[in-house]
Ligand binder design. Structure first.
Ligand code: HEM
Length: 517
């Protein structure tokens, strides 16, 4: 009897091999050849391995050194480089920063695809909105909440937090102290106050052995978003079941934060229903959402989840960034020559004759040396110096520094490189506070190139809050303490690790605080 089996089985092995390995490999090679030789972006400088596939930039993202890798390409290839098959990085060399202005402001571009992965526990919010037109409408709902005038109303809370921080440092009784958690807690208290009018008292509860649930969830969720952005959903769905308590807490950090914020939104709703909101001297962020809902068309109303996710974003965007900035400034201050420290402290001594009384908002912002310290800190240690991607617009190629980019090309620059541009900043790697007060240096160009809060239409909405809180905390600490180095906190532990935002690799900032009283 004739069997059909023998003829079928041997034939399938090479067929399967070819279809599962060789065909995709062949297509990948074809795609790579297309990108390197035939794509409209082929003429843009850059290494071939970055042009062939996204793997090169992905590997650097996973190694937490994407900004450095892009910066190296600028040094090797000039101000326009191809960092992935359809992604172009540029760096304005001229003082006018024309290309930067065009891309981030004038053209009103949409954001790039990276932002799609930062939904808050699955919900949309200002950072993740891709379309410019949708975002512009959305941001108008709450931009007045973050205006300088409105943020100034939060200054009494900033002062109270900074004074409490001084007390907490005094309690350490000249023992070296990791200030990093303390600043996180200051920011948690301030942002919850501004968003919900809520007194969290996170800093009050701070001790060496305490553990703040919101602070831990913020730390975890920042990392979780990145992992979820890189690992496919199905794989993450499998690994998240791993029965380890710490891992489970890590994986549910988004839920922890979302549920906490949701509870605060509910409390605000109760306040509103009970008619108690009008009694406040300053409206909360949530109150502005309610006011918007009361006046807009039903289709434009913010849902309960929208409000929760937006609040969660402000907490996540604001706490880490501000805490990282303060930690680096204090660390840099600690290792400055005595003469520099004395100049900085002399200004504070005269603005704060009583070390316990922090100057008012206007005086604080008119202290030139404090301002220079703040600017120099954010120049070299901006917490978000990363590649901020936008999309080349539909309808015709975009002329970018002489190159024609088709619609949909991802383009962007990064403040890491802008802040280290030797054509603008003299000895750019030096931490030199007084460069900002030196009339021999190009102050206008330096200010144009200083972009720690991002750029244009999507610039950080919390910048006035951050600036006010950071300066208030710095004034209080540097007026009250001589901040001195601690050997464990060094170049290695403070190496900047990139997880979209930057963090000191040691995730701490232990310094010596000697009371000046
Ligand atoms: C030193 C402190 C801070 C730095 C360096 C910083 C930096 C940035 C940067 C670079 C962006 C732009 C991101 C992009 O284009 O993708 C941004 C956006 C944003 N930041 Fe900040 N930030 C800080 C503090 C804060 C604070 C305190 C808050 C809120 C309380 C906040 C809330 C936001 C929000 C909501 C956005 C999105 C704005 C939008 O797209 O409309 N940030 N921030």
């Amino acid at each position: 009897m004739r069997s059909f089996l023998p003829t079928v089985v041997p034939a399938t092995v090479p067929t399967i091999l070819a279809s599962t390995i060789l065909v995709p490999l062949f297509l990948l090679i074809l795609r790579g050849i297309y990108h390197v030789y035939f794509s409209p972006l082929s003429s843009i400088p850059g290494p071939w391995y970055a042009a062939v596939s996204e793997i090169w930039i992905l590997v650097h993202t996973l190694r937490c050194r994407k900004v450095r890798a892009i910066d190296d390409l600028f040094k090797a290839y000039g101000p326009v480089v191809r960092i992935a098959p359809t992604t172009i990085a540029f760096l304005d060399k001229d003082h006018e920063q024309q290309t930067t202005r065009l891309v981030y402001n004038a053209l009103k571009l949409d954001k790039g695809p990276l932002y799609d992965m930062v939904h808050m526990n699955g919900h949309l919010h200002s950072v993740a909105i891709i379309e410019h037109s949708v975002h512009a409408k959305y941001r108008r709902i709450f931009s007045s909440h973050y205006s300088p005038g409105n943020i100034a109303l939060l200054h009494p809370d900033m002062k109270a937090s900074a004074e409490l921080l001084v007390q907490k440092v005094l309690e350490a009784k000249d023992r070296p102290l990791d200030i990093f958690p303390g600043i996180h807690l200051v920011m948690i208290d301030l942002i919850l106050k501004s968003t919900f009018g809520h007194d969290q008292g996170a800093l009050e509860a701070w001790s060496e052995h305490s553990h703040d649930i919101i602070m831990s969830a913020i730390e975890d969720y920042g990392r979780l978003i990145l992992i979820q952005g890189i690992v496919p959903d199905w794989l993450f769905g499998v690994v998240r079941r791993f029965p380890n308590k710490r891992w489970q807490t890590f994986c549910s950090s988004g839920d922890t934060l979302f549920n906490t914020m949701a509870e605060f939104v509910r409390e605000q709703q109760k306040e509103k229903d009970a008619g108690r909101m009008d009694e406040r001297d300053k409206p909360t962020l949530i109150e502005r959402f309610f006011a918007h809902n009361a006046t807009c068309a039903p289709a434009d109303r913010l849902s309960f989840e929208d409000m929760t996710s937006e609040s969660m974003t402000h907490l996540l965007a604001g706490v880490d960034a501000s805490a990282v900035a303060v930690a680096y400034i204090l660390w840099r201050f600690a290792s400055q020559p005595l003469s520099v420290k004395q100049k900085i402290q002399a200004e504070l001594d005269s603005a704060m004759p009583d070390a316990g009384v922090i100057p008012d908002w206007k005086t604080l912002h008119n202290l030139p040396i404090l301002d220079a310290l703040f600017k120099e800190g954010l120049r070299l240690h901006g917490p978000i110096p990363t590649f901020l991607e936008r999309l080349a617009p539909k309808g015709g190629p975009l002329d970018l520094l002489g190159y024609q980019l088709p619609a949909g090309t991802v383009i962007g620059t990064q403040s890491w490189s802008m802040h280290r541009n030797g054509g603008i900043f003299r000895d750019p790697e030096e931490f030199d506070v007084f460069r900002w007060l030196d009339s021999d240096q190009p102050q206008d160009a330096m200010l144009q190139a200083w972009a720690p809060y991002g750029l244009g239409t999507r610039i950080c909405i919390g910048q006035h809050l951050a600036r006010g809180a950071i300066k208030t905390v710095l004034a209080a600490l540097l007026r009250n303490f001589d901040v001195l180095p601690f050997p464990e906190t060094n170049d290695e532990s403070m190496e900047m690790m990139e997880l979209f935002g930057m963090f000191p690799v040691g995730l701490s900032c232990k310094l010596n605080f000697r009371s000046r009283a």
